[in-house]
Structure formats: C-alpha cells, structure tokens
Design a protein around this ligand. Sequence first.
Ligand SMILES: Nc1ncnc2c1ncn2[C@@H]1O[C@H](COP(=O)(O)OP(=O)(O)OP(=O)(O)O)[C@@H](O)[C@H]1O
Length: 264
Amino acid sequence: MTENKPHSILKTEDLNIGYRGRNSDTIIAEKVNIDIFPGQLVAVIGINGIGKSTLLRSLSGVQESLSGKIFIAEKNLKNLPPLEQAALISLVLTGQPVSKNLSVFELVALGRQPYTNWIGRLTTNDLRHIKKSLRLVDIENLENKKCYELSDGQMQKVLIARALAQDTPLVILDEPTTHLDLYHKAYILQLLKKLTRKTNKAIVFASHEINLALQLCDKILLMQKNEIVMGSPKELVKSGELSRIFPSDLIFFDESSSSFKIKS
Ligand SMILES: Nc1ncnc2c1ncn2[C@@H]1O[C@H](COP(=O)(O)OP(=O)(O)OP(=O)(O)O)[C@@H](O)[C@H]1O
C-alpha cells in the first residue's frame, strides 16, 4: 500500500539567505531545509539579530534569497506570477506602513486586492470573505472604526483579519505580538492556533515569546548561529536544543516546567 503523505505548503531546499554586497554577500543562514504542512502553527525563534525577519521575508518572496529553492504548495516561488503568489501567501510585517485613515472594514478589504477587478469593486464573494475574516478574529464590532482609533492589540487583530481575507493557505507574520501585554500576547497566539485548526491554513510567525510558543505551536523553527533546527516543542526540549539559544549566564531552560527561568 502506498503511503498518503500530505503535500507540504512550504518547503525549502538548501536555501541560503542573506544580503548581497558589492564585494561579498552577508550570509544569514545556509542550507535551510524545512517542510511545513497545512494546519500547522510554526514559531520562528532565536535571539535578536539572528535572522528571523530575513528568513520570513525570504520565504515570502519579499527579499531575494542568495541561492536554493523555495516551494509554495509545491510550486517554485521563483516561477510564480505575482497574482498567483498573492493567492498563496499573505504576509504581515510589523511596522509596515498602513493608512490609519482607513476604516477597519476598508483595511481588511485590502486583503481582497489580488482578486478584485481593475476598479477594485468588491463582489459578493469578496464581501463574504471580509465578513468571515472579521468574525474569525472577533472584531465585527470594530468594522466602522478608523484605524487611528484602535489600540495596538486591536490593530494587530485587524492586520491578521486582512491576511485572512486574502484567503491564502499560508500566512506569515513577523512578530505579531510586539507591544502587547502578556494577556494579549497569549490571546493573539491562541487566536493563531485556533485559526490553523478552523481553517487548515499554515501559519508561520517570528516571535520572542518562547514560553508561549512552546505551549501553543506544533513546530518550532529554532534559529541559531550556523544552524536552523526544526522540531516539535517536545522534540526540542528532549534534544536539549532549547538550552543553547541564549548565553547561559542569566537564564536557563527548566525542563520540568518547559520554560525559561532566571538563574537565582
Ligand atoms: N538591509 C540589510 N543589509 C545588510 N544586513 C542586514 C539588513 N537588514 C538586516 N541585516 C542584518 O541581518 C541580520 C539579521 O537581521 P534580522 O532583522 O533578520 O534579525 P531578527 O532575528 O529578525 O532580529 P530581531 O529579533 O532583533 O528583530 C542582522 O545582523 C542585521 O544587522
């Protein structure tokens, strides 16, 4: 009997990422080989400056990779026309300029851009997707508010709703919980988890919230100098990888509680 292996939504083959320079390239990560499947919640974890944003920008095609291949839904990203790419990947970058004069509804509706006709008129199907996204993120009550009237946490939810309205099988978010308090960080990450379960989308996000990611994610992509390791939280705890992320002078990974603690 042949095994029915699920198709990956995001796969890389010997991907090298970094920045091209006049004389030499700055390599951020080499030989990245990862495989992400529909319905998975994946956190990209690593210390400041290790290359999380660079990786997410490369995986979403916003930044050119140095070499290697990226496959989205088994199609080579390099060969995907922009509209097809926009129907497969939605991207939420922190600090991305958005017009805060728009209403919440209008901003979420921008997620439909890949599908709207040239005058940008919304069809009944577009409206259905927008309403569904507002409902999934539980911000229907905000739809007529201007974005400048929102708190950071509410704005974060609106950006997630815009990504959902784009209706892609893969959603990539860079630090979706920055500036939020602990409750709202947990709320947003829990929401992402629920969305993977309800929609079967794969959601990949960069975060510094390791303790929360360990509790919620299916897979963790751990970026370290010269190495990227991917595994389930359990696997990474078992292999001892987590203990090696930070310098050991101040904090340590406590296996009994599966969280980082301050050394006493
Ligand atoms: N445009 C650029 N040209 C050259 N190097 C860059 C550029 N942008 C970022 N870098 C470098 O790439 C490395 C990785 O940066 P990146 O922003 O991807 O890290 P990060 O893990 O997301 O960091 P943080 O957790 O602080 O947000 C850093 O050393 C940074 O200085």
